[in-house]
Design a protein around this ligand. Structure first.
Ligand SMILES: *Cc1c(COP(=O)(O)O)cnc(C)c1O
Length: 291
């Protein structure tokens, strides 16, 4: 129940024990790649990223080395490594910390290596963009779309709106592409709506059935908000643990739009709950959460 209405939830958070929800979908093409095709995966991004932890689990299964580049860790995190970072390190991830000022250059040099690049490239390397925003992600999201379509037919659902939050927008974009008759609604978590559109367009043109919602209040990525924890607890009472980075803003945006949505609503739960331990710690320090 959400705002007095029943919404369906696709429990994609349970799709794999180690790879979180939509990261399993986005990395599906690599799960199905023979181990011998690569030796090492290189990626980059935030130090508590869900994608990072999932790529680490994937590489462990495949026997690939995983090199991850991030900005110098905060002292709090270094003193008590937890959440996705702890999980990725225990899966054997090699972490390369780069000072903030040099980070952009180091990432750029991954794409256009020069003889003095900090990271040497070898045969058997695969470079994955931040958050797994890769064309290869299509394959797994297509399977997700097919599962939703099949469920929809079984339930005889006429009008369906699928809701899923966006980081890079890869999941929402390909879901909309593969479900032309379904409305897909998302919201931008990292940066503005314009930035999300730009990110999506760099993969493929944005289809008409994809709608990017906004919330009346602005929220910054990975910051704790009282409204977020309220929605988290409301869902928890209904025995569903949502992630604290993406889901709350999406559900707030949905709440604002809800009265205009006809037919049934399906929320795709994309996992990410492993990152909750570190987020809940921050909420507790802020006094927002007192169980
Ligand atoms: C990574 C992630 C997203 C964002 O997925 P994109 O394909 O990058 O838009 C949304 N929700 C959760 C829980 C995630 O881990």
């Amino acid at each position: 129940m959400f705002h007095g209405r029943t919404i369906y939830i696709k429990r994609d958070d349970l799709v794999d024990p180690d790879l979180s929800g939509n990261k399993f979908r986005k990395l599906f093409f690599l799960l199905n790649t023979p181990s011998a095709n690569y030796k090492r995966i290189i990626s980059y991004g935030g130090s508590q990223s869900n994608a990072m932890a999932s790529i680490a689990a994937l590489c462990k299964r495949k026997g690939w080395t995983f090199l991850y580049i991030t900005k110098t860790l905060s002292k709090t995190l270094r003193d008590a490594v937890q959440g996705n970072l702890a999980s990725a390190l225990s899966d054997g991830m090699q972490l390369l910390e780069v000072e903030h000022a040099a980070y952009e250059n180091v990432i750029r040099s991954l794409y256009t290596p020069t003889p003095d690049s900090r990271i040497a490239s070898y045969e058997g390397d695969l470079l994955l963009a931040q958050g797994g925003a890769d064309l290869g992600a299509k394959a797994g999201i297509k399977v997700l779309a097919q599962e939703i379509q099949q469920w929809r037919e079984e339930q005889h659902i006429q009008k369906l709106t699928v809701i899923t939050p966006s980081g890079t927008g890869t999941t929402a974009l390909y879901l909309a592409k593969y479900m032309e008759e379904t409305k897909v609604m998302t919201t931008a978590l990292v940066g503005s709506k314009a930035y999300l559109q730009e990110q999506m367009s760099s993969l493929e043109s944005i289809p008409d059935n994809l709608n990017i919602l906004e919330t009346s209040k602005k929220y910054h990525f990975a910051k704790p908000y009282k409204e977020y924890v309220e929605i988290y607890e409301m869902m928890k009472e209904q025995e569903i643990e949502i992630d604290l980075l993406y889901a709350p803003k999406m559900l707030l945006a949905l709440g604002e739009k809800m009265s205009e949505i006809e037919g049934d609503i399906l929320y795709v739960h994309s996992g990410g709950t492993k990152g909750n331990t570190s987020m809940l710690g921050r909420y507790k320090r802020k006094g927002f959460f007192t169980p």
